[in-house]
Ligand binder design. Structure first.
Ligand code: F6R
Length: 625
């Protein structure tokens, strides 16, 4: 939610800030703005709407400033209007602040500031910050090099909530002060220049050397480097680390949208995930290698999974595998619900947090709360927590000691696709390894299912190469529908939910996923000839049941689209349109079944002329509660 970027160095700041914002637009795009410092003044430019509006305003600006901060907003407090766009400034235009997060006590602070004579010009929670900093600066007797840092330090200690901020001031042109409390912030290092941003992706074309600030840390950035301090004012020693990501990862590489590129990257992603966890020449042990995660195995009696959105859907597939294959009772929770109504603690519980970004506020808060509950209940006992994430350097990566890295590469499209496939692979590997170690799956059965799993990348390739055109035509036909129902059963019920989520979030068409057997208990009343019903009918334990459920919908004149095997005549009889997928063991079918649904959602949104990569009201990384 919201992206912030800052630059201080020898180059002209504005183009670097704008490029950084364009990489961060996935975090929010309700408005954008920037502030630079030059010739003793602060220069502020802001515009409502997408970055293109800010670019237009900047066209006439002749800025040579070499220091600045910028922001792309996902509105929380205050409508997405120019006056609510960041940066926010104090009453004398001497201090400018960008924030990602929410200042929860902003009302009280605002009342105090207004009583002291400050005039507010926005409805945001952020505006209290520059006013507070200006107040502290006015009272400061410190030497110049310490004054701004100390004013920001005093200010962050007055703020409650989750926030990351960057601050520049007209009278302090040689520094940017940044601070982090429960919202991501990285510092990037170049030659005689230093950057800051909400995410490394904003800075990849400039540097690969990053330092992630921890909660309760702040830093003074100058062209020569970064001094890191705690909010208590203690100087800290922190070292940057180098990523080996290519800047090409954040380019579209000829695809019309990032989402389409990311859908097409899935065969490679699944292949890479498998290669890094399959032992080529296994000895007597498991052919799978999950690193330190296996240390958790001996004590597991039950599992609870916490996640949001698409990651929650991956968790549902995970539950099916962990229960049905490994025989371990498993529950799946929305992180936003778990944090306020957690189940009673039970010893022997492994908690798994799933978050591709590793920055989702609800998931992090739920996990932090659970870590705390366990530490209080069983002091000194090792924690049984596992994170599944695509970003090892994220807050989740630093919170939990045991991780499965999904290795999907950076995902830019707001709708998760390749990271979902990678999360599924992580759950397959975990469930199969646990099942093998617990004697629920013998070596032959394990090897057999792994052989099938290794076929999945070429099966996804087959769908992408042979079916995309037909799916695009179908999408054209459906571009104006108002409601779509998705049905699935067993391990493919979560895929029905995921198909519906993909469609609604990028095309704004109402869509719901249901367990196919539940239709007749209410939702069937929705059906008429205008409502397409997309049914996941994959060979296996519930195949015939799903086909019967589809028939029930057909009897209500619904337009039936099936995702199923091309070589089954019965399937062709039932469905008006079939989106064929290769046949493979039922357990693995979600990995291929989701692909036509991703393409269908993508092409419907593209035919509707919508901004697929940046759908309205959404942000990729939901770093506020
Ligand atoms: C949907 C989508 C979201 C995310 C959710 C959790 O396409 O992308 O529903 O899955 O916001 O995000 P992470 O996995 O980063 O915690």
């Amino acid at each position: 939610m919201c992206g912030i970027v800052g630059y201080i160095g020898t180059q002209v700041a504005v183009p670097i800030l704008i490029e950084g914002l364009s990489r961060l637009e996935y975090r929010g795009y309700d408005s954008a703005g920037l502030a630079t410092v030059s010739q003793g003044d602060l220069h502020l430019v802001r515009a409502p709407g997408k970055l293109v509006n800010l670019r237009e305003k900047l066209a006439s600006l002749d800025s040579t400033a070499r220091v600045g901060i910028a922001h792309t907003r996902w509105a929380t407090h205050g409508k997405p209007e120019e006056r609510n766009a960041h940066p926010h400034i104090d009453g004398h235009t001497r201090v400018a602040v960008v924030q990602n997060g929410i200042v929860e006590n902003h009302r009280v602070l605002r009342e105090h500031l207004e009583a002291a004579g400050c005039t507010f010009t926005s409805d945001t929670d952020t505006e209290v910050i520059p006013h507070l900093i200006a107040q502290h600066l006015a009272q400061s007797t410190l030497p110049r090099y310490m004054a701004l840092l100390e004013a920001v330090r005093q200010t962050v200690n007055q703020l409650q909530g989750a926030f990351a901020i960057a601050v520049v001031a007209a009278d302090y042109p040689d520094e940017i002060i940044v601070a982090r409390q429960q919202a991501p912030l990285v510092v990037g290092f170049g030659q005689g220049e230093v950057f800051c941003a909400s995410d490394t992706t904003a800075l990849l074309s400039h540097t690969q050397a990053f330092l992630s600030l921890e909660n309760g840390e702040m830093a003074r950035l100058t062209p020569l480097g970064a001094e890191v301090y705690s909010f208590a004012g203690e100087r800290l020693t922190r070292y940057p680390r180098t990523l080996d990501w290519s800047p090409a990862l954040v380019e579209k590489q000829g695809f019309r949208h990032f989402m389409l590129k990311e859908i097409y990257e899935q065969p490679g992603v699944v292949r890479a995930c498998l290669e890094s966890h399959l032992i080529q020449e296994p000895t007597d042990g498991s052919p799978l290698c999950l690193g330190t995660v296996t240390e958790l195995y001996p004590t597991i009696e039950r599992i609870q999974i916490v996640a949001c959105g698409t990651s929650w859907h991956a968790g549902l597939v995970g539950r099916h595998l962990l229960e049905q294959v490994a025989g371990i009772p498993t529950t799946v929770h929305y992180a936003s619900e778990f944090r306020y109504s957690p189940p009673p603690l039970q010893p022997g519980t492994l908690t798994i947090g799933v978050t591709q970004s590793g920055e989702t506020a609800d998931t992090l808060a739920a996990l932090e709360m659970e870590v705390h509950r366990c530490q209080v209940a069983w002091p000194g006992r090792p924690l049984a927590f596992l994170g599944i994430t695509n970003r090892l350097e994220s807050s989740l990566g630093r919170l939990l000691p045991h991780l499965i890295h999904t290795q999907a590469g950076i995902e830019i499209g707001v709708a998760a696709t390749k990271t979902f496939a990678a999360q599924l692979v992580a759950f397959y590997l975990l469930a199969f390894d646990l099942a093998f170690q617990r004697g629920k799956l013998d070596r032959n059965a394990l090897q057999d299912i792994l052989n099938h799993l290794q076929q999945v990348p070429s099966q996804i390739e087959w769908i992408l190469e042979t079916q995309a055109e037909a799916i695009e035509h179908l999408a054209h036909e459906f571009r104006d529908v108002h409601n779509v129902v998705y049905l699935g059963r067993g391990i493919n019920f979560p895929i029905a939910l995921e198909g519906a989520l993909k469609l609604k979030e990028i095309s704004y068409i109402h869509a719901e996923g249901y367990p196919a057997g539940e239709m007749k208990h209410g939702p069937i009343a929705l059906l008429d000839p205008q409502v397409p019903v997309v049914t996941l009918a994959l060979p296996g334990s519930v195949f015939e049941k799903v086909l019967s459920n589809a028939q029930e919908a057909k009897a209500r004149d619904a337009r039936l689209i099936g995702v199923g095997p091309a070589d089954d005549p019965h399937v062709h009889e039932v469905f008006h349109t079939l989106l064929p997928v290769p046949t493979l063991p039922e357990l693995l079918s979600p990995l291929v079944a989701v692909v036509p649904l991703q393409l269908l959602a993508y092409y419907i949104a593209a035919h509707r002329g919508l901004d697929v990569d940046q759908p309205r009201n959404l942000a990729k990384s939901v770093t506020v509660e």
